[in-house]
Design a binder for this molecule. Structure first.
Ligand SMILES: Cc1cc2nc3c(=O)[nH]c(=O)nc-3n(C[C@H](O)[C@H](O)[C@H](O)COP(=O)(O)OP(=O)(O)OC[C@H]3O[C@@H](n4cnc5c(N)ncnc54)[C@H](O)[C@@H]3O)c2cc1C
Length: 402
């Protein structure tokens, strides 16, 4: 029997707003008490329901020999795994996929091997939009989020996805291909940017995402040269269009269970995925027993992206350690120094199998942070090299530094 393409709705992302059921012109979509269900005997794959879905939960497909029944779909807590790569809608740009994987492999190198997704992470969608068929987003907002006097110019950029279903999970990235060509006439290569908003949108239940982008500048022969993609993004005006590829990333993902303790360690734009994770917890599991512990380093508070909003989060939601290396003359402190001050708390969390460590931001952080973790473990008679391997292999140790 030839496989057929079955349309399904992701129960983990769906917010049960009933839009798809209302919109389906042939009543192929129904729901039970738990999930929204697509009747494969009725569905004609017209796609009428795809664009209006606010979360992208609707945009899921499986090649199957025997379609999943309504009863089966009604019991799912997550979608069954993809069987073949042809199922990825719009996929097929192998060069782009391998480019993204290459960038991610380099970014994840610090965890000492290929990352594994947390056991309770939702199933990510990947490689939906390609260079030839990008998601075209429209800039809704672009604001500087470091102080006007700060050296680093970091922007919070909100992108409206319009009718494109771009399902994302906290921890994933999108690709940006800047318009134009390099000096050799070749199209610019893609750059990855972490998504800074949670899965249900920058604005809850809206089809938009946020990025945190630092304007890059560097010196060549005494001249200041501007980074191509970051300057393109930071200069965008409201209403401008941006081509996005992806989403990308299938291991650096938020654990979903409320018992998960999440230790988040970052500098600068490394805060983007942690903003997404924290906001997901705040919106959907504000009373989760699992702890959020954030170590966030910057030179000064003016240089720390999202300083104001971070300070407003309740301490019952997140335990914040904001660390400044230039705030007080003669008192330089880095993220790893503060981690050592919180050694007892960190070690206590490391004993708990619900604890996940995420590190994101500048590659230069890796060594200092690993040394702190080594020291914390050594002082408690534990070998970090072995613990980190165990945590990595069980999807609990994640590094994304660039
Ligand atoms: C998984 C992942 C997630 C990321 N997430 C984010 C994020 O959320 N926010 C963010 O701001 N960034 C993020 N980045 C980094 C981002 O992808 C870009 O690398 C960054 O914005 C710089 O791109 P650019 O095009 O502006 O700079 P480019 O033009 O690519 O230049 C980048 C660097 O290359 C070097 N360089 C390039 N050309 C030369 C030359 N001729 N001579 C000397 N040096 C040169 C310089 O060191 C320069 O700083 C992420 C990267 C990865 C891998």
């Amino acid at each position: 029997m030839n496989p057929i393409r079955q349309h399904l709705i992701d129960p983990e992302i769906c917010i049960r707003c009933n839009t798809c059921e209302d919109i389906c012109p042939i009543n192929a979509i129904t729901h039970n008490d738990d999930n929204y269900l697509v009747n494969a005997e009725i569905c004609d794959l017209s796609m009428d329901c795809i664009a209006p879905c606010p979360t992208g939960a609707i945009d899921n497909w499986r090649l199957v020999e025997t379609p999943y029944t309504l009863e089966q779909q009604g019991e799912w807590e997550e979608l069954p795994p993809q069987q073949v790569s042809a199922e990825v809608p719009g996929g097929g740009d192998e060069a782009l996929e391998s480019e993204a994987n290459g960038l991610l492999d380099i970014a994840h190198a610090g965890q000492g091997g290929k990352g594994v997704a947390p056991a309770t992470a939702s199933t990510p969608s990947i490689n939906i939009y390609t260079r030839d068929k990008p998601a075209v987003a429209v800039v809704q907002g672009n604001v500087r989020i470091t102080h006007a006097d700060a050296e680093s110019d970091v922007h919070h950029i909100i992108l409206d996805l319009g009718s494109s279903a771009l399902p994302v999970l906290e921890g994933q990235s999108v690709g940006v291909v800047p318009p134009g060509a390099d000096p050799n006439g070749k199209p610019h290569v893609m750059r990855l940017y972490s998504i800074a908003s949670p899965r249900d949108g920058e604005r809850p239940n809206h089809n938009n995402i946020a990025l945190t982008v630092k304007r890059v500048e560097y010196q060549v022969d005494g001249r200041t040269v501007k980074g191509i993609a970051s300057n393109y993004l930071c200069d965008l005006q409201r209403g401008d269009k941006v081509n996005l590829t992806g989403p990308f990333g299938s291991s650096f993902l938020m654990p979903n269970h409320p018992q998960a303790n999440i230790i988040m360690i970052c500098t600068g734009t490394g805060s983007a995925p942690f903003r997404a994770m924290t906001e997901h917890r705040r919106r959907h599991m504000p009373d989760a027993p699992g702890r959020l512990l954030l170590f966030f380093g910057a030179r000064t508070r003016g240089e720390l992206p999202y300083f104001g909003p971070l300070m407003k989060l309740p301490s019952s939601l997140i335990d914040r350690e904001l660390v400044f290396s230039r705030e007080t003359p003669g008192a330089k402190e880095y993220v790893q120094d503060r981690m050592l001050k919180r050694a007892d708390d960190i070690f206590q969390l490391l004993q708990d199998e619900n604890t996940h460590i995420f590190l994101c931001g500048l590659k230069a952080m890796d060594q200092g942070v690993f040394a702190a973790l080594e020291s914390i473990c050594r002082n408690n008679g534990v070998e970090w090299s072995s613990l980190s391997r165990t945590m990595r292999d069980s999807g609990r140790f994640h590094v994304e530094t660039y």
